[in-house]
Design a protein. Structure first.
Length: 306
């Protein structure tokens, strides 16, 4: 009969019961910590699912129902499933009104974001690099832009006096003014990670401040610029109040204003309304899916020095 082998660890544990108890206790603590971390992750996933996934699934299911089924507002599978038919009805409604709205929203978003990035980068460069009263005043103005709420009626009067009311250019100026403070603070925070020695070396080599900004600083701001572009584009594209107040008119309809097409005082086509929501949700959803890493990196860059 073979004698069972006794390992060195077992001999030590047998010789020192306190050491054996401490090892066992450490293992139990690690198991408990692992279980606790799993429960935290599971709870976070459940909360995310309830807050984000469940409403989106409800929207898609309602968009695939008939008008009678959608009016019941039940979380159930549609019969028949006609999501693509409802989307086609939404796109072709009112002589392809949705296509015109998406085109107007694209022009509004591209024009606004282009000006926001260029102006915010310039202002952030001046505020971060200068140490005088002008930079202090500009920083205060940008910060107040995040605190003071927008005034709709005075803005309408100003646009009317400039001849820009009910024009796409006027709304672009409004969107730039509303979003510029946020973009400036993000770019200024990131610009603190760019050493001043780069500017000084370029100036010694004979480069002008404008050349330093466009040739050196602006390319280095790429991570923060991507964040500003995506966040600003999604916010401007999803803006409902801006086009409603400053860009009225059937020819100026934007994607968000098409939601009025299928709901009225006496009739509501909830299936087409939810299908409309699905259509206008696709562009920002695609942007977030492909650029979520750039958003996070741009927002956190410059938060910690060193």
């Amino acid at each position: 009969m073979k004698t069972p082998k006794v390992t060195a660890g077992a001999r030590i544990d047998a010789a020192d019961p306190a050491l054996h108890a401490s090892r066992t206790g450490t293992g139990v603590v690690r198991v408990r910590q692992f279980i606790a971390s799993i429960w935290i992750d599971a709870a976070a996933l459940v909360i995310i699912g309830i807050v984000f996934v469940v409403p989106f699934v409800f929207i898609v299911l309602t968009a695939a129902k008939t008008q009678q089924e959608a009016a019941l507002f039940e979380f159930s599978w549609p019969s028949p499933f006609q999501l693509f038919q409802n989307i086609r009805d939404v796109v072709t409604y009112g002589e392809n009104r949705m296509l015109l709205a998406l085109w107007n929203s694209a022009l509004l978003t591209v024009g606004s974001v282009t000006l926001i990035v260029l102006l915010a980068a310039m202002v952030a460069f001046v505020i971060q690099r200068r140490r005088d009263q002008v930079a202090s005043v500009a920083s205060t103005v940008m910060l107040s832009g995040l605190i003071i709420p927008p005034a709709v009626v005075p803005t309408i009067f100003l646009l009317q006096s400039l001849g820009l009311y009910k024009t796409l250019l006027g709304l672009i100026m409004v969107e730039v003014a509303f979003t510029l403070p946020f973009a400036t603070l993000v770019l200024r925070s990131f610009m603190t990670t760019i050493p001043r020695e780069i500017d000084e070396a370029a100036l010694i080599d004979g480069a002008s401040p404008v050349r330093v900004f466009f040739s050196i600083i602006l390319p280095l701001l790429q991570p923060a610029i991507v964040t500003v572009i995506i966040v600003s584009a999604v916010a401007i594209y999803n803006d409902f109040a801006g086009p409603l107040y400053f860009l009225p008119g059937a020819e100026n309809v934007t994607a968000q204003l098409t939601l009025f097409s299928f709901i009225s005082q006496f009739s509501s086509q909830w299936n087409l309304l939810f299908a409309n929501v699905v259509v206008i949700t696709i562009p920002p959803l695609i942007m977030f899916m492909f650029f979520q890493r750039q958003i996070v990196s741009g927002m956190t860059s410059g938060a910690v020095k060193g």
